[in-house]
Design a protein around this ligand. Structure first.
Ligand code: PMP
Length: 409
């Protein structure tokens, strides 16, 4: 069997061996509970503190602003619901329903957290739409702001089309709005889901102007089931999970010590490797896009060509169905993903692709290929050649099916 080629780094990344070896002792001999005051506990706590410092350094934050969670899904839920719940508990706030601004192509964990708040009658939500290029316009966020807006949540890099949003500019807009607001008005809190941005983009929280930032370890060559929420000091946010006093009472539950240690090591490696890896990956990705657009007919690239993550390529192929494409590629040893998901027997087109104006059938014919630090030039050569062959084959079949259909009519 030929070597398998993994081009789905946006879904998850393989764990770096150095990360794994750093984590290992914390599953066995260093097994203490970080809340215990004996030496076993203190050893675990010291390891967590080290990871916390590494994250704080990466974000240019302080350790007390770093909250470990079970992943970006939890971080995003805590961000959205924690801000709304805090507002609800403030005196006088009951009179005015708070307003959230988010975008229509956020990850479902942000979209559904906002939707839950609306369903529970706790907030009003505006979903700002991206342009055809997959980019949110700062002016559209500005237009959506109301006197009762208390939270703006815009993702940094979209997980499907890889487009990078103008977070710094939105941060500036929110600061300006807050500076000009009457003191009786609640300040707007700015959250970004940076899950897909950490490997490739500047995440200095002051430069971005964010109050909250979410991330996940398994997208940066760390373990699954661990993530982080950065919370700027002084942000009015309430915990959403009750229990112990861990994580400055923001996130109850015994620490996932090994996972947190892994996340700390993974972030150190991002800092160490990014300068070298990012241009290499971008070059390979550009080569991939160039060949696909040139050598395969009836294809287009989804999302801005320039303002996108250096590891992301997302195409729509006419007359091809995404799931068939993924399965055929998988049989050829190529792992990628598509913009349609099979839920309860029906194909649901991606909300991201629909939000940038694709028709459902175009979303169904889409392919996301995401590269990473183990991707080689040879991988891309093989993947493009196989993709060409698979598309050709699938189009022949769909052509036959269609001509059979019309000849019988
Ligand atoms: N946000 C984005 C942008 C993501 O890509 C993902 C993972 N696909 C998540 C949130 C959820 O992360 P986790 O798997 O850590 O819950």
């Amino acid at each position: 069997m030929a070597k398998k080629i993994y081009l789905d780094y946006a879904a998850t990344t393989p764990m770096d061996k150095e990360v794994f070896s750093t984590m290992k002792p914390y599953f066995s001999e260093k097994f203490g509970n970080a809340m215990s005051i004996h030496s076993f506990g203190q050893e675990a706590l010291a390891a967590i503190d080290k990871a916390r410092s590494a994250l704080a350094e990466f974000l240019h934050a302080t350790s007390a602003e770093i909250i470990f969670t079970s992943g970006a899904t939890e971080s995003n839920n805590l961000a959205v619901k924690g801000i709304i719940k805090s507002y609800q508990t403030q005196s006088g706030s009951q009179k005015r329903k708070p307003h959230i601004i988010t975008t229509s192509f956020e990850h479902h964990c942000v979209l559904y957290a906002c939707r839950s708040m609306a369903k529970e009658g706790l907030a009003e939500v505006t979903y700002v739409k991206p342009g055809k290029d997959g980019l949110i316009k700062v002016a559209d966020i500005k237009r959506a702001i109301r006197p009762n807006t208390i939270l703006v949540s815009v993702m940094y890099v979209n997980n499907e089309i890889g487009t990078a949003q103008p977070i710094k500019e939105i941060g500036k807009l929110i600061k300006l709005t807050n500076d000009q607001r009457p003191t009786t008005n609640h300040k707007i809190i700015f959250h970004t889901d940076a899950t897909q941005a950490i490997n490739y983009f500047d995440c200095n929280i002051d430069k971005l102007g964010v109050d909250l930032l979410s991330m996940s370890a398994h997208k940066i060559y760390g373990p699954k089931g661990v993530g982080m929420l950065y919370i700027r000091k002084g942000t009015p946010i309430r915990h959403i999970q009750d229990g112990g006093d861990q994580e400055y009472r923001m996130r109850a539950g015994t620490h996932n010590v090994a996972g947190i240690v892994g996340l700390g090591k993974a972030i150190e490696l991002v800092t160490r490797n990014a300068k070298r890896e990012t241009p290499r990956i971008k070059k390979l990705r550009d080569y991939l896009i160039k060949r696909v657009l040139k050598e395969i007919p009836k294809v287009k690239l989804n999302g801005s060509k320039i303002k996108r993550s250096p590891n992301n390529a997302n195409f729509t192929f006419a007359d091809v169905e995404g799931e068939g494409l993924i399965l055929s590629l998988d049989m050829e040893g190529i792992a990628a993903s598509t913009g349609s998901a099979c839920s309860s027997g029906a194909l649901t087109p991606s909300h991201v692709l629909l939000s940038i104006g694709l028709k459902p059938e175009e979303a169904h014919g889409s392919l996301r290929m995401t590269l990473g630090k183990y991707t080689t030039k040879q991988d891309i050569e093989i993947a493009v050649n196989k993709l060409k062959a698979v598309i050709g084959r699938l189009r022949k079949i769909s052509g036959r099916v269609l001509s059979d259909y019309y000849s019988k009519k």
